[in-house]
Design a protein around this ligand. Structure first.
Ligand code: URA
Length: 302
């Protein structure tokens, strides 16, 4: 591989920029200064240093985002900010060339989103044949019951060609009072942190200390109605292995207990970090990439 290609991939800078860097004598290969941008290197064997720092070449890049509410899962959108805008803010020095979100979270859904330029991995993880588990935390209207757990586990009919695959519903708390004046978006940004869970105390606090703007307006903007005052709601985890359009919301709607808030906690072997900042982005560590590849049925390259 050409030296300038490697440096461009590592730094995210243009080929012409890295050519200048080479010519200025800031690059060494195996201890010797190399000024020729076309010098051939083997990323697996040669030690390339840029200004004394190891320039480690990775063929693909993998990032985990805690998606904030209000942004769409797309590379570009004419109307709304996208997850790639969030990426750019969080990682100003990273190249976004070839990066795309894997799968889709709704605009109002928060939580774990994988972003990568590894198209083969993304394709495999999304393949219906692969059954990668995704766990969401849900705040829904009404009281969840044992019947709902059973209905989710037997393969629900939500109008797809076939019934859904069995899903696991774990009820965490029922009969929570729907907090008065509760602003749904306040949850996602509570104290500047995204709570890993919709902690009942956080929900109650959100009622006491609503964020700016009315809850009713926020819900109306999403085409939802404000629950009646005092109406109970429930917190639960749901694990699904498919990725049908609005799947979780349609499943809960079918039970007559519509989703109020949805947050993805895990995607296959990936888990959201404890107490991450909303909108935070980080690179995956090696073990996470290896676990993802294994979930996708891909062997690690030697
Ligand atoms: N299911 C939904 O309904 N929405 C999401 O964003 C993800 C899963």
């Amino acid at each position: 591989m050409r030296l300038d290609k490697l440096l461009s991939a590592v730094t995210g800078k243009s080929r012409s920029d890295v050519k200048k860097t080479c010519k200025s004598g800031k690059v060494s290969v195996n201890g010797k200064m190399v000024q020729d941008p076309g010098f051939q290197v083997d990323p697996a064997k040669d030690e390339v240093l840029l200004e004394g720092q190891a320039a480690l070449y990775e063929k693909y890049h993998y990032f985990l985002m805690d998606k904030p509410p209000g942004v769409v899962t797309a590379r570009e959108d004419g109307r709304f900010p996208t997850v790639m805008d969030v990426f750019r803010d969080a990682m100003p020095d990273a190249s976004e060339k070839g990066l795309s979100p894997v799968g889709r979270l709704d605009k109002d859904t928060t939580g774990l989103l994988l972003i990568t330029d590894d198209g083969e991995l993304a394709h495999r993880l999304l393949s219906p044949a692969r059954h990668v588990d995704k766990t969401y935390e849900v705040l829904c209207d009404g009281i969840l019951t044992r019947e709902d757990v059973d209905a989710f586990s037997t393969g629900m009919d939500i109008g797809e060609k076939k019934p859904l695959k069995p899903a696991k519903l774990e009820i965490k708390e029922t009969g929570l009072p729907y907090p008065e004046g509760f602003e749904p978006d306040a949850l996602g940004n509570h104290g500047g942190k995204s709570p890993r869970s919709f902690d009942p105390d956080v929900l109650k606090d959100a009622g006491k200390n609503p964020a700016e703007g009315s809850a009713e307006d926020a819900l109306k903007a999403r085409g939802k109605n404000m629950p009646e005052p005092g109406k109970p709601c429930s917190l639960a985890y749901i694990t699904i292995s498919e990725g049908k359009y609005h799947q979780v919301k349609r499943m809960f709607a079918k039970t007559g207990k519509p989703v109020l808030l949805l947050r993805r906690l895990s995607f296959g072997p990936l888990h959201l970090d404890e107490g991450t900042e909303i909108g935070a982005v980080r690179a995956l560590i090696k073990d996470e990439v290896a676990a993802l590849k294994s979930a996708a049925g891909l062997e690690e390259e030697a």
